[in-house]
Ligand binder design. Sequence first.
Ligand SMILES: Cc1ncc(COP(=O)(O)O)c(C=O)c1O
Length: 418
Amino acid sequence: MRSDDRSNPPNAATAGRGASPAGLKNMLNAAKHLLSSSRRSDVPPFIVMDVMAAAAEREARGERVVHMEVGQPAAPAPLVARRAAQAALETGRIGYTEALGMASLRARIARHYSESYGLVLDPARIAVTTGSSGAFTLAFLALFEAGDRVAIANPGYPPYRHILSALGCEPVLIETKPETRWALSPEALIAAHRKKPLQGVIVASPANPTGTMMTAEALRALIAAAEAEGIRVISDEIYHGLDYAFRAETAAKLSERCIVINSFSKYFCMTGWRIGWMVLPSELVRAVDRLAGNLTISVPTLAQIAAEAAFDGRDEMEAVKHGYEENRRILVEGLPKAGLDRFLPVDGAFYLYANIAKFSDDSLDFAKRMLNEAGVAATPGIDFDPIDGRHFLRFCYAGSNDEMHEAVERIGNWLTNN
Ligand SMILES: Cc1ncc(COP(=O)(O)O)c(C=O)c1O
């Protein structure tokens, strides 16, 4: 059965009665329908998974792989966070919490905004979520109707598009340019809006996959332009804290109407704990509370306890950040000597987005060859940019300093011999 036949499924109970050829065909179609997935679930997988599988095969053969494909820290969660979780486990009872999160964690997150950005926030505006991934679903459901159009920078983090389309919204990719540090500009946003109205826009600074950042002024101008047209702004701030070129500004300071999304995954090295948060406009808190309570009841309690303690592990995390800064220096100095001399500004997060056009028109093939022949795994740009991603590779530099030196050397030898 074609997926567009779903609107008119055959009746599984009556199909095939009498076992005529037509009846059998109907029965077969009914059976297929029972097993087919919805059209909305037809979102593309992450292509990086192919690279990861190939890297695992290579390692299983006993060969060396420098992993720069997956966007996650190599370091563990702060010790204080792990200790807090251990202590909570000892007490025996890990129950549900409020749908919007433990009051003490919401208050601690609000305090983080005054400590880090000089912004006084009412803890009532904080919602704790299952990673920032869980926050996207809640934010999109709270803000948008099916059919709404939401602008996204291209290249960008693929799940933005895929979650939106699974929810029946339309992701609208907007090309970015070097003049705006590969971020959305007010002009590009408004031009897209004039063509066909937009209801939302997602901004990310530092961004994945590019690692580029928006200045506070650029962010302010974009938010002002969007809000003047009634376009809702969602700011993904998951890489805040990992800024090297200049300090990242929070959108929460620039507007009380936008939704800010953040997570403990990156700066606090807590990817697997699945814990994040949102800063919401007061008017949306109740809607998110209703949605969160129905969709998931609450966020894992143990992770909430660990996350609250994580704020006391900042010294440890700053040391991890300094490691990334050194990695960044090694790559920015080393990759051009190795032959990869075109990349976007390496402002923040732990990504370097390199242009490989002078070597290949097919970033997936290039990534596979680099893995097989040089033993370095990176992510092909086509994961992030359906338009020009075939010319780019994303390198994640969240590993060790030694691994970065090794990657530069391996890539240099490989490109010289090819
Ligand atoms: C830009 C961006 N946003 C959101 C996420 C989701 O992270 P999590 O759900 O672990 O908070 C990621 C993960 O890589 C990301 O790169």
